[in-house]
Write a protein that binds this ligand. Structure first.
Ligand code: SDX
Length: 431
């Protein structure tokens, strides 16, 4: 982070303060308010953090107006087209694209840590069969600190690295087993001769009764979906992981907190909610009714898969996802998929509608992902677990960056208190 010699002057209540202005390598300048309370005896007020930079980071940059997303400087559309998920994992974790030798070593370390501790099989059996896979993932990942306590000391760089590999390697197995458990099928163990995405598809869809051949186009689409969801700056679940980690909690507990936050329909749960909305709309002629509801202030309904805190233009991930949707549905011979027709017509109408233009509401990453996952055979309940699987590398990368920062301190926001001021207790007979 490059400091500048620029300052912002603040004058109030007879006080004159000068706040340093810090200039980033990209994006807006920031006012450094770290000394504001000490010098000015005031807090800033920013619920939802719409104008607040909570940290400095070198991992992901988003320009909401340009619709730009960079991972360590590389544009997401180039990575989605030319790279693959484990290479993007390496980039996010270590800051540079790997050499062939580095990539082979990294992929080998991940491949050889995909199995779960066998005792965890019994942990799954404690859930009801109809438990939502996100509930299972939150519980199982949180419990990993009980099974892998030799990689919970965050002050030990080696243990941090072991926890990193374990989480990235085991998340597909955890998610696939949550799916198998929910449909009453036996767990399928990972295979070391398959790539990351193919392994996940096989663990989800193969059964002991017959051989399962992974369709290379589907595994390429799956890998691309992982890449498009890998990291996204300081979104709600990443901020949750950072805040939980700032107390020194172990990485498994912090990632479980991130999974729990991602589950919300305003965040990662939107992909499930979006497909359910498209199905509820059902046909193109019912779209105007839902557009009207989305505009109605009295109606809590929102168009799921639309809008974004940062993107006030097209979400670059949605563009790539839209291309993948066409490819996958074309491959599966369901290019006239009614849900996809509704999605494309809804997108066209919404983008042309003055209300959505004024509010800058465009399709986000969750708009098309559900259509692809549905076409691949996943139930809607598995959409957010797949998002969590992919985002694990982003959470871990941001966690590593924060833990390694010598300036790190526990996150402890203040508040604007508007409750009762001090008053004396009143005995019940006098109330
Ligand atoms: C993800 O942060 C990230 O980076 C997240 C994510 C990631 O990769 O980590 O990108 C993943 O979470 C994508 C977003 C998925 N969520 C949805 O698709 C749910 C539907 N979208 C909305 O809930 C909403 O757009 C949010 C939560 C995404 C953003 O909300 P903001 O930035 O807080 O915006 P807002 O709620 O203040 O809305 C601004 C205005 C409001 O109208 P006014 O009060 O100004 O009159 O736009 C309206 C909202 O009513 N609005 C919508 C809308 N989204 C916002 N109106 C109809 N439909 C919508 N989807």
């Amino acid at each position: 982070m490059a400091d500048t010699n620029k300052t912002a002057k603040l004058s109030f209540d007879g006080k004159e303060l000068e706040l340093p202005i810090l200039s980033p390598s990209a994006g807006p300048d920031v006012l450094d308010i770290r000394k504001l309370y000490a010098q000015g005896d005031v807090f800033t007020y920013d619920p939802g953090f719409t104008s607040t930079a909570a940290c400095d980071s070198t991992i992901t940059f988003i320009d909401g107006d340009l619709g730009e997303l960079l991972h360590r400087g590389y544009p997401i559309d180039q990575l989605a087209e030319k790279s693959h998920f484990l290479e993007v994992c390496y980039l996010l974790l270590y800051g540079e694209l790997p050499s062939a030798v580095q990539l082979e070593d990294f992929e080998s370390r991940v491949t050889n840590h995909t199995m779960l501790h066998e005792q965890m099989v019994y942990f799954y059996r404690g859930f009801r069969r109809d438990a939502h896979p996100m509930a299972i993932m939150t519980g199982v990942v949180g419990a990993m600190s009980a099974f892998y306590h030799d990689s919970t000391d965050i002050t030990d760089p080696w243990q941090r690295e072991v926890a990193t590999i374990r989480l990235i390697a085991k998340m597909p197995t955890i998610a696939a087993w949550a799916y198998k458990f929910s449909i009453g099928q036996p767990f399928v163990y990972p295979r070391n001769d398959l790539d990351y995405a193919s392994n996940f598809l096989r663990m989800c869809f193969s059964v002991p009764a017959e051989e399962y051949e992974v369709n290379p186009i589907l595994s390429r689409a799956m890998d691309r979906i992982f890449t498009l969801h890998a990291d996204h700056e300081q979104n709600a679940s990443t901020s949750t992981v950072r805040l939980a980690s700032s107390s020194g909690a172990n990485p498994f507990a912090c990632i479980a907190a991130g999974i729990a936050c991602l589950w919300g329909p305003a965040h990662g749960g939107a992909n499930q909610a979006c497909l359910e909305m498209l199905r509820e709309i059902g046909t193109v002629d019912r779209i105007p009714e839902y557009i009207a509801r989305a505009k109605d202030k009295e109606d809590p309904f929102r168009l799921m898969g639309f809008g974004h805190r940062v993107y006030k233009n097209f979400d670059p991930r949605a563009k790539v996802m839209k291309q993948s949707a066409d490819e996958v549905l074309d491959l599966l011979g369901i290019e006239n998929n009614p849900t996809l027709q509704v999605a494309k017509e809804l997108e066209r109408i919404a983008i042309e509608d003055p209300y959505f233009k004024e509010k800058k509401l465009y399709p986000n990453v969750d708009f098309y992902s559900g259509i692809i996952l549905d076409a691949m055979g996943f139930p809607t309940s598995m959409f957010t677990p797949i998002f969590a699987l992919a985002r694990t590398v982003g959470w871990i990368s941001q966690w590593k960056e924060m833990i390694a920062d010598p300036q790190m301190k526990i996150g402890r926001p203040r508040q604007l208190y508007v409750g009762p001021t001090a008053r004396d207790y009143v005995d019940v007979e006098n109330r």
